[in-house]
Ligand binder design. Structure first.
Ligand SMILES: C[S@@+](CC[C@H](N)C(=O)[O-])C[C@H]1O[C@@H](n2cnc3c(N)ncnc32)[C@H](O)[C@@H]1O
Length: 223
């Protein structure tokens, strides 16, 4: 599938897939959207000292990078598991240049995140450990021992890839989440909110990033 590098509203870049007419981030600002939805409404909102994260769709690694930078800043031991069915070519990742745009520290982290072997838990930095899983989320079976505190649900849009937004997928993630786990996504669709609520999450609609009125956050009830 062809992917083109495009510039977004905040000057950071993202990838556009002409065949799907879909991009990896908001055209109004890739870094702005990731920071708003995943960092601010997710990572900074959840108060666990040593969060276990699960990300749906590693893609360009932008969410992982922003989380690693924040983990180092907060000195918060973070374990980040991410799943991706279609890993990107290094050439495209280099063109995106996210590390350079953020800081020197981020540049080094971005390289480590992308050169980390798939399928192995790797200590990327003092406070950030990562496991990249190359697999299809729809067919994926989690180990029963998994227990996530925070879910970044960053699949392509529900209208572009509806199979990723099915109740069964949400149910299996819910099952491997801790009490009070937080689920964040950029989508604000009523149908998605209802599915997540039916799974068991207590749902909130929050203000969205630029160009989007709302986003969703779910919290798993305490035991
Ligand atoms: C919106 S993009 C993710 C953006 C990413 N979080 C980032 O920061 O760049 C959606 C991602 O989900 C991946 N994906 C699509 N279908 C998948 C599947 N069945 N299982 C796992 N990942 C999938 C895509 O390849 C793409 O990288």
């Amino acid at each position: 599938m062809e992917r083109k590098v495009i510039e977004t509203g905040d000057g950071s870049k993202t990838l556009f897939i002409p065949e799907m007419n879909e991009q990896y981030h908001s055209v109004n600002g890739a870094i702005t959207e990731s920071t708003h939805v995943y960092l601010n409404a997710g990572y900074k909102h959840h108060k666990t000292e040593t969060p276990y994260l699960f990300e749906v769709g590693f893609g360009t690694g932008l969410n992982a990078l922003l989380t690693a930078v924040e983990a180092e800043k907060q000195k918060r031991k973070t374990t980040y598991t991410t799943i991706e069915k279609f890993p990107l070519d290094m050439k495209l990742i280099e063109d995106l240049n996210y590390g350079k745009l953020i800081s020197e520290e981020a540049e080094a982290l971005f390289t480590k995140i992308h050169t980390a072997k798939w399928g192995e838990e790797i200590q990327i930095s003092e406070y950030f450990k990562m496991l990249k899983i190359e697999a299809d989320l729809i067919a994926f079976n989690f180990a029963d021992t998994q227990n996530f505190d925070l879910i970044y649900f960053d699949a392509f849009g529900p209208d572009k890839q509806p199979a990723m937004w099915e109740r069964e997928v949400f149910d299996k993630i819910f099952k491997v989440s801790n009490p009070e786990a937080v689920f964040v996504t950029y989508s604000a669709k009523g149908e998605i909110r209802r599915q997540l609520r039916d799974c068991g999450y207590m749902m909130e609609r929050l203000p969205g990033p630029p160009g989007k009125r709302q986003m969703l956050r779910g919290t798993k009830p305490a035991d």
